[in-house]
Design a protein around this ligand. Structure first.
Ligand SMILES: C[S@@+](CC[C@H](N)C(=O)[O-])C[C@H]1O[C@@H](n2cnc3c(N)ncnc32)[C@H](O)[C@@H]1O
Length: 271
């Protein structure tokens, strides 16, 4: 069996579950973005860096029997999860393709829409991927993107300096792995250079109390990433314990808020 191609967050079962929570928190916003970007029945849609396919499944239901979703993903574990989810839902219009986005031979003018969320942040040459997406889209086709523009804007309130130091270490870890957490800031230049006209840019941030479902995404990630940071030596065991205790305190506090790291939702048209 070939080696699993993981990335800085991981492709284990708990991560498949976590990406599901993340998708459900963002689902309403994303459905609105897709509608704004003209995703509809009968289209061919690329899901670029699809992960285990939580968004792919929604896209497949929207495009319907006469449409198709091509899910590009490097992790074999994620692809296997995606195929199992699709089968369980009786969705036969998904092509799950094992591909490294930096090596993929992009087909020419096959797609009406392309969706890419939280992928370019992990890639050391996002411009190359955008050129590939431009090739794969039909003229007038649209790329719909969601990426962070200011990961350090992730806060707990009341302010928690130890939490902010942890976030800074997560950002450093991602950068050391060759990615750029705030890749959203590069997109206004990278997109036109790759042959796109930017149609709309929407910054999205939300604040949630700890008992709000929306809080389960950032708070869950903060907690679940602790063992990874510890394992890789990015934080000490003592720091890990201190941050876990801090998260416990905030999650028990009815007045506490989490303010999510800023993302940009961008719609761009292939010229
Ligand atoms: C944070 S996950 C996002 C998954 C999905 N887009 C979502 O929003 O649920 C990032 C995904 O990018 C994939 N990825 C990272 N680098 C990649 C590459 N070079 N080629 C293909 N996929 C890649 C990872 O395997 C992972 O599935």
């Amino acid at each position: 069996m070939r080696e699993e191609k993981s990335y800085v967050i991981g492709t284990h079962d708990a991560e498949i579950e976590r990406l599901g929570v993340q998708h459900r928190v963002w689902r309403a916003s994303v459905l609105d973005l897709w509608r704004q970007g003209g995703v509809t029945v009968g289209q061919t849609v690329l899901d670029i860096g699809a992960g285990p396919g939580h968004a792919t499944l929604d896209l497949a239901q929207i495009v319907g029997r006469d449409g198709k979703v091509i899910a590009l993903e490097r992790s074999r574990r994620f692809l296997a999860a995606l195929s199992a989810f699709a089968e369980a839902r009786g969705l036969a219009n998904i092509a799950a393709v094992e591909a490294d986005l930096l090596e993929y031979e992009w087909p020419h003018a096959v797609a009406d829409r392309a969706w890419c969320r939280w992928v370019l942040a992990f890639i050391n040459d996002p411009a190359k991927v955008l050129r590939g997406v431009a090739r794969a889209l039909k003229p007038g086709g649209k790329l719909i993107l969601q990426e962070y523009y200011d990961y350090a804007s992730w806060h707990l309130a009341p302010r928690a300096p130890a939490f902010e130091a942890y976030v800074a270490k997560i950002i450093a870890k991602w950068r050391a792995s060759g990615g750029e957490s705030d890749v959203g800031l590069a997109l206004p230049r990278l997109l036109p250079e790759a042959g796109f006209a930017i149609e709309s840019v929407r910054p999205v941030v939300f604040a949630a109390r700890m008992n709000d479902f929306n809080a389960s995404w950032p708070m869950g990630f903060a907690r679940e990433y602790l063992p990874v940071m510890e394992r890789d030596g990015d934080i000490s065991a003592a720091e890990g314990k201190e941050i876990a205790a801090l998260l416990d305190r905030y999650q028990a506090d009815p007045d506490a808020l989490v303010i999510t790291p800023g993302v940009l939702q961008i719609i761009a048209t292939k010229l």
